[in-house]
Design a protein around this ligand. Structure first.
Ligand SMILES: *[C@@H]1O[C@H](CO)[C@@H](O)[C@H](O)[C@H]1NC(C)=O
Ligand SMILES: *[C@@H]1O[C@H](CO)[C@@H](O)[C@H](O)[C@H]1NC(C)=O
Ligand SMILES: *[C@@H]1O[C@H](CO)[C@@H](O)[C@H](O)[C@H]1NC(C)=O
Length: 304
């Protein structure tokens, strides 16, 4: 009996001491500091590439945007940045655009011609089973192999790796709310190196799940950086068909990858040159009033 009591007492004492110890000397067992294995590379002063990934259904958004660009002009006449734009179709462009009317609309746009050095088009040639996008009630998550297969391979393309420092992913439901938006995007790429720069969710009154802290996919990304390549590959391997933007966020928050957050957390940047409203309606006028640094919005619910 007495032995039991003293054991309990020493256990309690031990716990107290260790609590105090941790509180006052939190780092005393701490192992040596660790250092990243990979050091992000400097930019090479290469142009910016705007990538517009799209499906057949998105074409009407692209047409609307091209019209909008004549009011919200992408650049001024003295814009000195070099930017290309790639229209990146999910299937086979020729099979879809038989009479080339979509191709002509893009290549003959004066607005595009005057602000972009080159207007490029390419087909991802996804097969139907690689091109899925739906909500799975079985997994309680989005299955998004279509967008993943349009996103991750961009970072492996040689012409992108060799020709650009950053890409700006701009889905067709991203649109400008004021002129000179391309200059604003370009300006964001000048200065300190980063891996991803984009918007936190603005689509709900408050943030409900942790996922809402992710940086939306419509963002600037670093290309041809060995450290970011590892992060992208790991996100794809760990989260497979989950939306890539959520995957990149989940990876940073995952405890088993804590070192990455320490080394690279500062390279994932929240910004307001673009804002993500998702499917929620928003007022163009109010955005202009409340966010003086915002040029682009992501969302289908735009109204005046
Ligand atoms: C650049 O052009 C815009 C109009 O396109 C003009 O308002 C602005 O003053 C110009 N800036 C410079 C530095 O020339
Ligand atoms: C090309 O095809 C589209 C629909 O596929 C049609 O709306 C358009 O009028 C056609 N254009 C020409 C020049 O035939
Ligand atoms: C981009 O940066 C240039 C040079 O600093 C500045 O003159 C211009 O106003 C900026 N444009 C936008 C749209 O922020």
């Amino acid at each position: 009996m007495r032995i039991m009591k003293s054991i309990i007492h020493s256990v309690i004492l031990g716990l107290l001491v260790s609590l105090l110890h941790q509180h006052y000397f939190p780092n005393c067992w701490s192992v040596h500091v660790t250092y990243p294995e990979c050091v992000p590379s400097e930019t090479r002063n290469l142009p910016l590439l705007v990538v517009v990934p799209f499906t057949e259904k998105d074409w009407s958004y692209i047409e609307k945007n091209l019209e909008l660009y004549s009011t919200y002009y992408p650049c001024s006449s003295n814009f000195s940045g070099t930017v290309d734009i790639l229209f990146w179709f999910h299937r086979n462009w020729k099979a879809w655009d038989r009479n080339s009317s979509a191709l002509k609309r893009i290549l003959e746009s004066d607005t595009l011609k005057s602000c972009f050095r080159s207007v490029l088009t390419e087909s991802a040639n996804l097969k139907p089973n690689e091109d899925l996008y739906y909500y799975s009630y079985l997994k309680l998550s989005h299955v998004s192999s279509g967008t993943c297969n349009m996103f991750y391979p961009l970072f492996k393309k040689n012409f992108i790796r060799n020709g650009y420092d950053y890409i700006f992913l701009m889905e067709p439901d991203v649109s400008p709310i004021r002129p000179l938006w391309l200059e604003a995007v370009y300006n964001e790429t000048q200065g300190k190196v980063f891996f991803q720069k984009g918007s936190i969710a603005q689509y709900a009154k408050r943030i409900i799940t942790q996922h809402d802290y992710h940086i939306n996919g419509n963002a600037l990304y670093r290309v041809n950086d060995p450290c970011f390549d590892i992060i992208l590959e790991t996100a794809q391997r760990e989260y497979r068909d989950a939306p890539f933007d959520g995957a990149l966020y989940a990876l940073r928050m995952k405890k088993s990858f804590h070192a990455w957050m320490r080394y690279y957390g500062h390279l994932f940047v929240y910004t307001d040159f673009i804002l993500n409203f998702g499917d929620n309606p928003f007022s163009e006028r109010q955005v202009l009033e409340k966010w003086p640094h915002t040029f682009l919005v992501h969302g289908k619910g735009r109204h005046d």
